[in-house]
Design a protein around this ligand. Structure first.
Ligand code: DPP
Ligand code: ZN
Length: 849
């Protein structure tokens, strides 16, 4: 497999001014005709080498003359036209087979719907092209298909013409006036239902909004539509960005590799991020839809109008757009809850990646398959990096700097350096030292030491920077560190944002009567790990005035307690007492639900030198049980108080009531008593919302009570035709603590509703099993063997999905020797498989190195 390097970037030698595409869709095949107006930018260049994957060429002509075979070369990944003039038109006709496309890249079918996914390099499997993001062109697209089967024909931009005179067939022509890279090209054809609305922009343009879905699902699109309009409003208000076409289309499809795609004027979504109603979607699903709809909308400016010069710049659009969607969600819901959720997600996924052999800078230097770099690092750590810039600049200067960014680079394909230039110029700040965040990998640590004498408080900070994968030393970072000092009554006596820039420095604060209590990395102002010998967690759990660090104190104290439990069986009474205090706190209930959550297995794992999941589970269970026993009555009270009145409302108040009630139920679960089983059964039977239903079902399943079978059967019968709900069903069964879980997973693969070609289903069944640490890491190696077999099988269907599953092996080098050997054996088997994709190869090769 071939490695591509950032340092090899060369400017394109050609420009494509316009592209005219015609798609003739048939049941067996599709004929694509592609006319491009091309100019040479570099006159030394002779031949035109286009990207083309497995090309089945029908005809090629240059300036209207059909080319003889001697004038072009077809290779596995290219079509080269020999000796082209300075300015010319190329017309290519080729044949593709969307019906057989199981990779879900390029043009493919999801059920009966034709759709596309071209980011990053799908377009080259549709038609020969200069398939790189710095080639921006004006697209006109005609789609022709059977009128009955495909009444809806969509592409980017505005609809300019309908063609009705093709017998059984019809056609539509779309024109997108905004030059764009090929990865933003999209096409959809199908018999679709839809809902419509409109939005009037700040300068008075009326925009038609459509959301398309499978017939019958129209009533599940309203939340997505509401979210879209809120996002449009927000981007005008916060960034002054207005929508720029007459129409905005969203299409929901069931088979999709990622969450969604921001194609210009025609977003294509995984239906999981569009469809929702109270009967089938959880509160978390509703929030997820709101944020992904916004994310894709925000890309219209940060991604589409201003795009990436090359794929190494991916975080330019993704980091920034994730930061924007996080801020949007914070404004729409609870900001404190949003921040904690974002950090939790970062730690669960990105910190683990950053500690693994697949770690990379947010701007990677090389890749084999670009598909492997749509990572938590590029996205979520990328967003943290933008957030730090925002913290440095402050709201006002940040607004000025982003205005400058939009003004300067609109219509261009640029780099992260261009972005930082706008930030430093508009923000009037030197960001040179900040650039290390783009080029270094691994999570930085900060050792924190305090001293106090004669009224003077000293805070000494030492950066501990991990080496690169190749054992190269890396530089210290430059970042904002928010801190607070509290007096002994918990009153804030100092709030400050320190600038950390050196490997070691000491900050001095004077005039204190008693030693203040430190609250550090407030709001998680930098994506780092704080190392601190700390004894004041219980104080901060009670008094910290920053919601993030209050949450953090609880997590740290709980982790410390669990760690002690692992080695000594001894419970730290101070923690139990402080936890009791949290139960009585009078704060927003959705925030409280987070405060009461005990550390996840992944969080505990990250503290272990050599991971042993059996040990982790035992300690975690022990702590949960102690808490549940000690506070049983209080927990039951909270449960009852928030369980009634039952409501289907999506108002924040009711979402919060459901969150706290279900948190408490999951803690009470540790009692494993009949009382809890009855509570869960009643909650299942009387549930009005999917949120309540799914938690009850999960609790019942893991209590191993007989009623679980009844409830699962009932659930299955009720929802077997709703694929999005079936994802939840598979996930519960594959995440179960029942001893025979692997056997059940194997059996479920033969279930009528399961389909190995649909990524969502594979992720919920096989993916959930791979996160079920108890059984995936079984000491007999059965979990590893199962996943390895699945990777080999799925790699032949959909390499991107397979390489996603490889991620479960990322912890390999941190596992205890026994598990590590078992893992390596399976990985060696996978990597020596004939015809393994470059996607899976790249990930496994890194793990095995
Ligand atoms: N660009 C997409 C997104 O992040 C992923 N393909 O929205
Ligand atoms: Zn994105």
């Amino acid at each position: 497999a071939q490695t591509k390097y950032l340092k090899d970037y060369k400017k394109p030698a050609y420009a494509i001014k316009t592209v005219d595409l015609t798609f003739e869709l048939f049941e067996e095949e599709t004929i694509v005709t592609n006319s491009m107006q091309i100019t040479k930018a570099d006159t030394n260049e002779k031949d035109l080498k286009l990207d083309a994957v497995s090309l089945e060429l029908l005809e090629v002509s240059l300036n209207g003359l059909k080319l003889q075979e001697s004038r072009y070369i077809i290779e596995e990944e290219n079509l080269t036209i020999i000796n082209v003039p300075t300015e010319f038109e190329i017309k290519i006709k080729n044949k593709i087979y969307p019906q057989n496309n199981t990779e879900l890249e390029g043009l493919y079918k999801s059920g009966d719907i034709f759709c596309t996914q071209n980011e990053p390099e799908g377009f080259r499997s549709i038609t020969p092209y200069l398939d790189r993001p710095d080639i921006m062109s004006v697209f006109t697209t005609t789609v022709v298909a059977d009128k009955k089967k495909y009444p809806i024909l969509l592409s980017n931009g505005n609809k300019i013409k309908c063609h009705e005179s093709f017998d059984e067939r019809h056609g539509v022509t779309w024109h997108d006036p905004h030059p764009k890279p090929s990865y933003l090209f999209a096409l959809v054809a199908g018999d679709l239902g839809s809902i419509s609305d409109e939005f009037v922009t700040m300068s008075g343009n009326k925009i038609v909004l459509n959301i398309y879905c499978d017939l019958g699902n129209e009533n599940k699109c309203h939340h997505a539509m509401r979210s879209l309009k809120e996002a449009m409003k927000w981007d005008e208000k916060k960034y002054g960005r207005e929508y720029d076409l007459e129409i905005y289309n969203i299409v929901a499809v069931d088979s999709f590799n990622m969450g969604a795609m921001e194609n210009k004027g025609l977003n294509i979504f995984n239906s999981a991020y569009v469809l929702a109603d109270m009967d089938t979607a959880t509160d978390a699903n509703f929030m997820g839809i709101e944020s992904v709809i916004a994310h894709e909308y925000f890309h219209n400016w940060t991604g589409n109008r201003i795009t990436c010069r090359d794929w190494f710049q991916l975080t330019l659009k993704e980091g920034l757009t994730v930061f924007r969607d996080q801020c949007f969600s914070a404004d729409m819901n609870s900001a404190e809850v949003q921040r904690i959720e974002d950090v939790k997600a970062l730690r669960e996924r990105q910190f683990v990646e950053d500690a693994s052999p697949t770690r990379h800078p947010i701007q990677p230097e090389s890749y084999i398959s670009m598909n492997n770099f749509y990572t938590a690092t590029v996205y979520e750590k990328g967003a943290e990096v933008i957030r730090m810039v925002h913290t440095f600049l402050g709201e006002k200067k940040y607004a000025k700097a982003t205005d400058l960014y939009f003004e300067t680079f609109d219509g261009q394909a640029v780099t992260t350096d261009d972005f930082l230039w706008a930030m430093s110029k508009g923000g009037d700040i030197n960001l040179e030292a900040f650039k290390t965040w783009y080029h270094q990998s691994g999570t930085p640590r900060l050792k924190v030491e305090e001293s106090f004498a004669n009224g003077t408080y000293k805070l000494s900070l030492t950066q501990i920077i991990p080496d690169t994968l190749e054992d190269r030393k890396q530089k210290p970072y430059y970042y904002p560190l928010k801190m607070g000092l509290l007096d002994e009554e918990g009153k804030e006596v100092l709030v400050k944002t320190l600038i950390v820039s050196k490997e070691h420095e000491t900050f001095v604060f004077e005039n204190f009567e008693t030693k203040p209590v430190l609250s550090i990395n407030r709001d998680f102002s930098a994506p780092i790990i704080i190392e601190q010998k700390k004894s004041e967690y219980d104080f901060l759990m009670q008094y910290d005035t920053n919601s993030f660090t209050q949450y953090e104190a609880t997590q740290n104290f709980a982790l410390q307690t669990i760690n002690k439990l692992i080695s000594s069986d001894e419970i730290d009474k101070a923690f139990v007492q402080a936890y009791g205090y949290l139960l009585d706190l009078d704060v927003d209930l959705s925030y409280k639900a987070l405060l009461l959550e005990l550390p996840s297995v992944s969080a505990i794992m990250q503290l272990q030198e050599k991971i042993d999941f059996d040990v982790i589970y035992t300690a975690q269970d022990k702590l949960l049980k102690i808490i549940a026993q000690k506070f049983k009555n209080k927990l039951l009270d909270i449960y009852k108080k928030n369980h009634f009145p039952a409501s289907m409302s999506l108002d924040a108040e009711y979402i919060a009531k459901r969150a706290i009630k279900n948190r408490v139920l999951k803690i009470l679960f540790a009692l494993k008593s009949d009382e809890v089983a009855q509570l869960a059964q009643k909650q299942y039977e009387e549930s009005l919302t999917m949120t309540d239903r799914i938690v009850a079902l999960d609790v019942l399943e893991n209590l191993h009570v007989n009623y679980a079978e009844v409830a699962l059967q009932d659930f299955y019968n009720k929802y077997k035709d709703e694929t999005l709900v079936m994802n939840k069903y598979f996930a519960i069964l594959a995440s179960s603590s029942r001893y025979d879980v692997l056997e059940r997973v194997e059996k479920l693969q033969r279930d009528k509703v399961y389909d190995e070609k649909v990524p969502n289903l594979v992720r919920s069944l096989v993916g959930s099993f791979a996160r079920n640490h108890k059984y995936f890491h079984a000491k007999d190696g059965s979990g590893y063997k199962f996943l390895a077999d699945k990777i080999i099988a799925i790699d032949k269907i959909n390499p991107q999905m397979a390489s996603g599953l490889c991620g479960a092996f990322k912890v390999c080098n941190k596992m205890n020797n026994h598990n590590q050997n078992l893992m390596k054996k399976e990985l060696s088997r996978v990597i020596s498989t004939q015809g393994l994709s470059k996607n899976s190869f790249e990930i496994i090769d890194k793990i095995l190195k």
